[in-house]
Design a protein around this ligand. Structure first.
Ligand SMILES: Cc1cc2nc3c(=O)[nH]c(=O)nc-3n(C[C@H](O)[C@H](O)[C@H](O)COP(=O)(O)O)c2cc1C
Length: 184
């Protein structure tokens, strides 16, 4: 069975990232594939401690909820990470997650655990969908080293309104279709 791991980096239980990621998960599950859905703001996990044990072991030595998720990511066919934009960047827990995924990269900067389809999802208060394009591109530069093949970047604008994504039928359809395409 194909597996997708989805990380929600929003503190809002019913916000826009949640709407979009729930819709992607539904698309995945409707194909019969597995969607492993994790809410970072509910997880207890440490920031990377820079011990570099993962350089030797290929695994993180911190035994917490991100360690558990990391094992799932290693086996996954696809990964989705969603974050609201706070102060022109991803939220803190999402940045901490990206750091903790460091074991996915070997000492030559190559992926240790194969290639996976990847979708980035962002929500932003601004109504300009291209405002943070350079930041999204800059962030995407790390993906090849983790084995993440970027399939799409979804952006929900006007997201101060927690229902912006729910009102955007085209965005929700795109999210559902993406969920299916990740596993078909
Ligand atoms: C601390 C903070 C900083 C924010 N900074 C920005 C920003 O730099 N640019 C922007 O467009 N929106 C900004 N916003 C608005 C958020 O992006 C918006 O509320 C968020 O995308 C809602 O996400 P959610 O409903 O998916 O949780 C900020 C919101 C907060 C709480």
């Amino acid at each position: 069975m194909k597996k997708v791991v989805i990380f929600n980096g929003s503190p809002r239980k019913d916000g826009n990232i949640t709407t979009i990621l729930d819709t992607i998960a539904q698309g995945v599950r409707d194909t019969g594939a597995e969607a492993d859905y994790r809410i970072l703001f509910k997880m207890k996990f440490m920031a990377c401690q820079s011990c570099f044990a993962c350089r030797i072991k290929g695994d993180c030595i911190i035994n917490d909820e991100v360690h558990d998720a990391l094992q799932k990511v290693r086996e996954a066919d696809a990964v989705v990470i969603g974050s609201p934009i706070y102060m022109m960047q991803m939220t803190g827990p999402v940045k901490n997650l990206y750091d903790r995924l460091y074991p996915l990269m070997d000492t030559n900067g190559m992926p240790r655990y194969g290639r996976k389809k990847f979708v980035a999802v962002y929500s932003q208060g601004s109504d300009d969908p291209s405002l943070y394009r350079s930041y999204f591109d800059y962030t995407a530069a790390m993906y090849p080293a983790y084995g993440f093949d970027l399939i799409d970047t979804l952006v929900c604008t006007n997201a101060t309104d927690p229902e912006a994504a729910d009102k955007n039928r085209a965005l929700k359809q795109r999210a559902y279709d993406l969920g299916q395409s990740l596993v078909l």
